[in-house]
Write a protein that binds this ligand. Structure first.
Ligand SMILES: [Zn+2]
Length: 160
């Protein structure tokens, strides 16, 4: 099958439950949570053993990532409307005149402007691309859904 691109898909059993707020969104700026689902599609050429990517390896990478977010409050590092008031045992933030306080160990800061599915798909794709040790991968697509039918995909072309 050399030279022929094939797809593998991992679409079940991966996800995380987290709280967040979407800054400058009328309804979603209130603190709320989702049971996020995560999926991945990998396109590439199967190697001599007929493998593009080992499913177990792919699952391990995504499970580790989901585990970091699971049962945490996800906050965006890059939003100018979010002010960090203090960070010790508690993290206090202000968002457009409203203050929140969380135990710091429950908070995960993410390099995004908002913790939207679009942004989550982007940073998850970054990590998967960095950690996948398979040279025959051509393209990776990450999919993140915050509720059924409401999600985003991020595609990374690794080689042509
Ligand atoms: Zn939300």
């Amino acid at each position: 099958m050399k030279g022929v691109a094939m797809l593998i898909k991992l679409t079940k059993g991966l996800g995380f439950s987290s709280a967040h707020l979407i800054i400058e969104h009328e309804k979603c700026e209130r603190l709320h949570g989702h049971n996020y689902r995560v999926g991945v599609t990998v396109e590439g050429e199967p190697n001599e053993q007929g493998i593009i990517v080992d499913f177990l390896e792919l699952k391990r990478i995504l499970k580790q990532l989901c585990g970091r977010y699971d049962h945490h409050i996800l906050l965006p590092e890059n939003n100018p409307a979010l002010k960090r008031l203090s960070e010790g045992a508690s993290t206090r933030i202000a968002v457009r005149g409203r203050e929140f306080e969380f135990p710091s160990e429950n908070v995960v800061w993410l390099p995004v402007v908002n913790t939207t599915v679009e942004e989550l798909a982007r940073i998850i794709a970054d990590e998967v691309v960095q950690n996948l040790p398979y040279p025959n991968v051509r393209r990776i697509t990450i999919w993140v859904e915050e509720s059924p039918g409401q999600g985003a995909t991020e595609e990374r072309r690794i080689k042509d």
